[in-house]
Ligand binder design. Structure first.
Ligand code: ADP
Ligand code: ASP
Ligand code: MG
Length: 417
């Protein structure tokens, strides 16, 4: 008998029937003797709809008010799920993030969780009640509603699991686990039975949206046992079968020796590249360019500076596509004249394709094989960045799917390892 946190994403609660199916699944876990906390997202499409409404009034919505609006989607689902559970004869209570005191900082639309008061939830659980909590939201210490960034319900669930010292956090979604790459892009993608936290962190940060990156960071930090599995199966399948399904996120030391070299391919279309040409090659130039960008709260990802010829050099970096125009404006108004750059140019039709695997540490030649595969497809690599367990390239976005499929094939990721 344990304490289990379930999380159901938008598609999993997308209709009344799906919510009733979630209730049956939760009832199965409850009747096996577990205490259950359920975190839910808004019904699919609802958060986009709410943000769309806000943008009809303000093209750049006020962040505090946007959170007031965007957080309401989850409030509907918690009420509906609690009712569906009551209908099945269970005890259930719904709570918004602020009601269970999910305390965050005040960075509206991308707040970070600081603490959770689990005492009320524990009292409910001890009384046999299923606790249903709205994902994606919290409150700052002044009582403002905050949200945790898109996909943030994953983080709510893992943070609750950490606070409650849950035995397991189960992320139910519309695929049956973490795959070698997005199965919607590569139908031959293979489900991984396990993936390490390190690999999952890289995959999430490089664009695999199956788990929000902060949820993986939390799980790693607090050692929360985390599993990704399907909400689309018959809710009445045997509990033991369900509990062993999907993908378990493991710590590396748990891994067996026959670890695959490459675990997965991630990709991200939300990229834009900016190049500052003809800048003097001298100390302080990176700071002169990126300081103002950082002051404007724009995150920079890959950075490349060429070796200078005749004392001049070019400097390129990538930013999130949504911040591309803002970054260009900062450079044109605050940087260009100051450092006497000859030009500032950009391309917001690029994407990033990355290969991830802890086996790269011990195997040479992965990068060369990746570059050869892309060359054979006629795909030009614009930027490269590597770490111990990943190689990422920036390419023209029109080649994204071709690149992912070619790499998946070349590294035989569809084959069981
Ligand atoms: P939820 O609404 O349940 O949070 P998301 O849409 O956020 O679901 O995440 C699940 C989706 O992530 C899948 O439908 C799939 O298209 C996508 N995805 C991207 N990369 C992967 C991957 N490596 N493995 C599995 N799913 C992936
Ligand atoms: N509803 C929020 C979103 O669409 C949070 C989530 O689903 O995780 O981003
Ligand atoms: Mg999600």
């Amino acid at each position: 008998m344990g304490l289990i946190v379930h999380k159901y994403g938008g598609t999993s609660v997308g209709t009344v029937e799906r919510i009733q199916s979630v209730a049956r699944r939760v009832a199965k876990w409850k009747s096996a003797g577990h205490q259950v906390v359920v975190v839910v997202s808004a019904m699919s499409g609802e958060t986009n709809r709410l943000i769309g409404l806000a943008k009809q009034i303000q093209a750049e919505p006020d962040a505090r008010e946007l959170d007031v609006i965007a957080s309401t989607g989850e409030q509907v689902t918690i009420g509906l799920l609690a009712m569906a559970l009551l209908q099945l004869g269970l005890k259930a209570k719904s709570y918004t993030g602020p009601q269970v005191r999910i305390l965050t900082d005040d960075a509206f639309t991308k707040a970070r969780i600081l603490s959770i008061d689990e005492s009320h939830m524990r009292a409910d659980l001890d009384a046999g009640t299923v606790v249903v909590v709205a994902g994606f939201q919290g409150t700052d210490d002044a009582g403002n509603i905050t949200t945790l960034g898109r996909g943030g319900s994953d983080t709510s669930a893992v943070a609750l699991a950490a606070a409650l010292k849950a035995d397991e956090c189960l992320i139910y979604t519309d695929v049956d686990g973490v795959y070698t790459t997005d199965p919607r892009v590569v139908p031959e993608a293979r489900r991984l039975r396990t993936v390490t936290f390190e690999e999952m962190l890289e995959m999430a940060s490089l664009g695999s949206k199956v788990l929000q990156i902060r949820s993986v960071e939390f799980a790693g930090k607090y050692k929360v046992p985390l599993r990704v599995l399907s909400s689309m199966t018959d809710p009445d399948i045997p509990l033991a079968e369900e509990a062993a399904s999907g993908t378990l996120i493991t710590f590396e030391e748990d891994q067996k020796m026959e670890q695959a070299i490459i675990s997965g391919i991630a990709f991200n279309r939300d990229e834009a590249k900016i190049t500052v040409t003809g800048v003097p090659d001298r100390p302080g130039i990176a700071y002169a360019i990126l300081g103002p960008v950082s002051d404007a709260n724009i995150d920079v990802d890959m950075i490349i500076q060429n070796t200078g010829a005749q004392g001049m050099t070019d400097f390129s970096f990538t930013v999130h596509r949504g911040e591309y125009q803002k970054a260009l404006e900062v450079l044109n108004t605050q940087v260009k004249a100051h450092i006497k750059a000859s030009d500032i140019s950009g391309d917001n039709r690029v994407c990033k394709v990355s290969m991830v695997g802890v086996g790269m540490r011990t195997h040479a030649g992965i990068a060369a094989k990746m570059f050869r595969t892309l060359a054979e497809e006629g795909i030009n690599i614009q930027m490269i960045s590597t770490s111990e367990i990943k190689i990422a390239v920036v390419v023209d976005e029109k080649y994204m799917e071709l690149a992912v499929r070619a790499l998946h094939r070349a590294f035989e990721l569809e084959q069981p390892n």
